[in-house]
Design a protein around this ligand. Structure first.
Ligand code: F6R
Length: 246
C-alpha cells in the first residue's frame, strides 16, 4: 500500500483527481468504481473542473458505484443516485447509460445483487476503484464481520454507520436500515484502488489500517491483500499515526 499524506482535504482531493484523470488519459474507455459520502466530494469537484480546464472527456468512460440504500426512491434527495447526479454525472459528459448504481427499490434486492454482479462482470473489471472508509473500517457498506469472499449483497447497516450518516437525514429514524453493497471480493477484483481518508473522525480508522493487521473485524484491512492500493490521507486523518511514530 502506497501512503500519500497531504496537508489538507483540498490537496488530497486534488491529488486523487490527478490519478483519476491520468487513468482516463491512459485509456479513455476506463471503468471507474465510484463511492458516495462526504469524502469524494472534493475529488468530484476537481474532476468537474478538469472537463473544462483540462479537456478531460468521460464520453467513453463507464462507472460502477459501490452501493445504494434499500427503500429510497432514486429521486430521494439522499439516494446515491441523486448524490452521483448532483455531485458528478450532471456536470460531466458521461453517458448515463454507462453509469451503474444498484437499484435500491428493486422488489427483490437479492435478485438485484445477482444482476449487479453480472453487470460488473460484463462492464468490468474496474480499472480504478475509489473508496472512502467508515469510522468502523467499513469499505462500501461491508461492515465488520463481512466475509472476505463476499460479492454484491444485502446488508443491515450497523448502528454506528446509521449514526454517521444521520447528518444527511432529518433524524436517525429516517436513515435506511439496509443497503445493497458490492462485496469485499468484488472490490478487490479492481485493478487499482485509491482509498481516501480525511478528517479527525477517520484518524482511528487510518491508524488501525496502517497497523497492517488483517482482520474480519476491520474490513478495510483486506486491502492489504491487493497489490495496487494508494491511501490518500490528510494530516488530520493521519494524526494518530504520526503521534505514535514520534
Ligand atoms: C459510500 C461508501 C462508504 C463511505 C464511508 C465513508 O459509497 O461506500 O463506505 O465511503 O461510509 O463515508 P464519508 O465519506 O461520508 O465519511
Amino acid at each position: 500500500m502506497k501512503v500519500l499524506v497531504f496537508d489538507n482535504y483540498e490537496a488530497a482531493s486534488e491529488h486523487a483527481a490527478q490519478l483519476v484523470e491520468a487513468q482516463i488519459l491512459e485509456n479513455n474507455q476506463s471503468v471507474l468504481g465510484l463511492a458516495t459520502g462526504s469524502t469524494p466530494i472534493g475529488l468530484y469537484k476537481n474532476l468537474i473542473e478538469g472537463v473544462k480546464a483540462r479537456g478531460i472527456s468521460y464520453k467513453n468512460v463507464s462507472t460502477i458505484n459501490l452501493d445504494e440504500y434499500i427503500g429510497l426512491p432514486r429521486e430521494h434527495s439522499e439516494s446515491y443516485h441523486t448524490f452521483m447526479a448532483e455531485n458528478l454525472f450532471n456536470h460531466i459528459d458521461i453517458s448515463i447509460d454507462n453509469t451503474y448504481i444498484p437499484d435500491g427499490m428493486s422488489p427483490s434486492p437479492e435478485e438485484e445483487c445477482v444482476r449487479y454482479e453480472e453487470n460488473m462482470d460484463r462492464v468490468g473489471p474496474i480499472d480504478l476503484q475509489i473508496l472512502g472508509i467508515g469510522s468502523n473500517g467499513h469499505i462500501a457498506f461491508n461492515e465488520p464481520g463481512t466475509d472476505p469472499d463476499s460479492l454484491t449483497h444485502v446488508v443491515e447497516l450497523v448502528a454506528s454507520t446509521r449514526e454517521d450518516n444521520a447528518r444527511f437525514f432529518p433524524s436517525i429514524d429516517d436513515v435506511p436500515t439496509h443497503a445493497i453493497t458490492t462485496g469485499i471480493k468484488s472490490i478487490l477484483r479492481s485493478k487499482k484502488i485509491i482509498l481516501i481518508a480525511s478528517g479527525k473522525g477517520k484518524a482511528e480508522a487510518v491508524k488501525q489500517l496502517l497497523s497492517k493487521e488483517i482482520s474480519q473485524d476491520f474490513p478495510a484491512s483486506y486491502l492489504w491483500n491487493h497489490n495496487d492500493v494508494t491511501l490518500i490521507v490528510d494530516q488530520d486523518a493521519y494524526a494518530l499515526v504520526q503521534t505514535e511514530g514520534q
